[in-house]
Write a protein of this length. Structure first.
Length: 302
């Protein structure tokens, strides 16, 4: 274990080329070409080692996490590489330092400011770092003796901002919980209301169905009564039609009889006229005969 801690401390010194006392993402990513891990895997290792999540690794965090990594198979490549990397010569290990020496002043300032922002976790609380960077560069150029005070001030400010952000996150989390509880309560009330509405609707439908059935039965009774009345009217109509037919038939017979009676009456009138004429002739003949009888009688008396 002491050997592992010693190697971890040596590897920490190799990563911390500037002697800042902490390691940032860029410090570890500079060694990416030398490591058998991908950038994603290296970033995952850094996040795992960063216990407090402030974007920088202290020697304690690094050695503690490195000791734990030595026990896991998933990090055996990094662990083995560190042991191999530390065992190399100083010239080979110091290559990053030489590379740093070849940097320009602007690149070095940009690199140091980026490391400072990463260590302070500024990216989590700042959307634009230009103002802070301009002030930092101005102090570095004009008042370098105030730069450490400014960095300490930034540490306190970003620490307070981080705390405020954490409080904000806690408040947001509490608010989300309250909103979730409120939504759950609203959902519960909504479900209860739906159940009540459904129950009242079922009761209303039941009452409406009962009224409809009762009204339907009444209508059926009325319809049956009307059908019976209609049947009676139909029967009555049939009887009236039959009577009308009989009357029409009797009327035709009466008409025929009247015609016959009219013809008979005409014949009787003709017979009566003929009889009257014959009677008149007979009366005339009788009168003639009476006159003749009277004359004969007178002649007989004479």
């Amino acid at each position: 274990e002491l050997t592992v801690l010693g190697k971890a401390q040596e590897f920490f010194q190799i990563c911390d080329l500037e002697g800042k006392g902490f390691i940032t993402h860029q410090d570890m990513q500079r060694l990416y070409p030398e490591l058998p891990l991908s950038l994603e895997e290296l970033e995952k290792v850094f996040v795992t080692l960063d216990a407090d999540g402030n974007g920088s690794l202290t020697p304690k965090e690094f050695t503690t996490g490195f000791s734990e990594f030595g026990k896991h198979v998933s990090c055996i490549d990094l662990y083995s590489y560190c042991a191999h990397f530390i065992s190399q010569s100083e010239g080979e290990a110091a290559c990053p330092v030489k590379c740093k020496e070849t940097m320009s002043d602007d690149e070095d300032e940009e690199f140091q400011f980026s490391n400072l922002m990463d260590r302070l976790g500024a990216k989590k609380v700042l959307d634009d770092e230009s103002d802070v960077k301009q002030l930092w560069l101005q102090l570095r150029k004009d008042e370098p003796h105030l730069l450490s005070n400014f960095e300490e001030f930034l540490v306190r400010i970003f620490s307070q901002l981080q705390e405020a952000d954490n409080e904000k996150n806690e408040l947001e989390c509490a608010l989300k919980k309250k909103i979730a509880a409120y939504d759950e309560e609203i959902q519960h009330l909504y479900e209860e209301m739906e159940q009540q509405i459904k129950k009242e609707k079922e009761q209303f439908l039941l009452k409406d169905t009962e009224r409809f059935q009762s009204h339907s039965q009444e209508l059926e009774c009325k319809l049956l009564s009307k059908e019976q009345e209609l049947e009676q009217l139909v029967q009555k109509q049939k009887r009236l039609e039959q009577q009308c037919t009989e009357l029409l038939s009797g009327k035709e017979e009466t008409k025929v009889e009247n015609t016959k009676l009219k013809l008979t009456n005409q014949e009787l009138l003709r017979d009566l006229e003929r009889t009257s004429h014959e009677l008149s002739l007979a009366q005339q003949q009788l009168q003639v005969l009476q006159e003749e009888a009277s004359r004969l009688h007178e002649e007989k008396e004479m």
